[in-house]
Design a protein around this ligand. Structure first.
Ligand code: HPA
Length: 247
């Protein structure tokens, strides 16, 4: 079964992927973020897509999530793993932590967040009680264990609109809502994957303490995160390779 990987900040290319071809796809929903890269990772068929475009120029609220997921499905993907950088709200989720979220809360607005509109088909409501595919979550955790990388099981991912970061009061509110990490791309990606019946899970890469927390008590400095991001992404990549090796 072909695996799709959507790479976020710090993962615009998948080193280790033996590329067989690159293909630009058009969809009824417009253009994906960039060309899809087809190849083999540890023997498994993989399609890679950089969420923010090859030059990292597409901000979270302007990503064409519908085109991205449609194109991946059209290209044969049935399983999708997203890698996304986040801020840590829970005190044990500091920079460098990798976690596989199990729940999501959507605070975004104005994004095209469904395929079921325009009056073309019957009204459809997908079940989203568990927004991530449990079998994919489990295999990510197994893969991490197999390659000896620390990957935490379970977090509530709050998706904010961005591109600005949050206020300290907003982070307090997200925490009261039960959120553990905060990012800008988790939704509508997860919901659209569900609508297309794609088995979807994510690795959230904590790159900073959320606004008002820890080192970000007086402000979030994302300029300083490059080193943490690179190290953590390298670890996420090892987990992805181990996942591919599981077959
Ligand atoms: N907030 C929202 N999105 C993010 C953050 C954050 O602190 N860090 C990385 N993506």
């Amino acid at each position: 079964m072909t695996l799709a990987i959507i790479g976020g900040s710090g993962l615009a290319q998948l080193a280790g992927l033996e590329v067989t071809r690159r293909g630009a796809e058009r969809t009824p929903y417009g253009e994906p973020s960039g060309a899809l890269t087809f190849g083999r990772l540890r023997g498994r068929e993989v399609i890679f897509l950089a969420r923010h475009g090859d030059g990292h120029t597409i901000p979270p609220h302007e990503v064409n999530y519908r085109a991205n997921l449609w194109a991946l499905r059209e290209a044969g993907a049935r399983e999708v793993v997203s890698v996304a950088s986040v801020g840590g709200i829970r005190s044990d989720l500091g920079p460098g932590t990798l976690v596989v979220p199990h729940q999501i809360i959507d605070y975004t607005w104005g994004r095209r967040s469904t395929f079921f509109e325009g009056g073309k088909g019957p009204v459809t409501h997908v079940d989203f009680t568990r927004p991530y595919a449990e079998p994919v979550r489990r295999r990510l955790l197994d893969a991490a264990q197999a390659c000896g990388e620390r990957l935490l099981d379970g977090a509530v991912y709050a998706t904010t609109q961005g591109p600005r970061l949050e206020t300290a009061a907003e982070i307090d509110r997200l925490e009261r809502d039960g959120a553990d990490v905060v990012g800008m791309t988790g939704m509508p990606e997860a919901a659209l994957a569900r609508e297309l019946d794609l088995a979807y899970a994510a690795i959230a890469v904590v790159v900073n303490h959320a606004a008002g927390r820890g080192e970000s008590a007086a402000g979030v400095r994302l300029e300083g995160i490059e080193h943490v991001l690179q190290q953590a992404i390298a670890r996420a990549r090892r987990v992805l390779e181990a996942l591919a090796a599981l077959g």
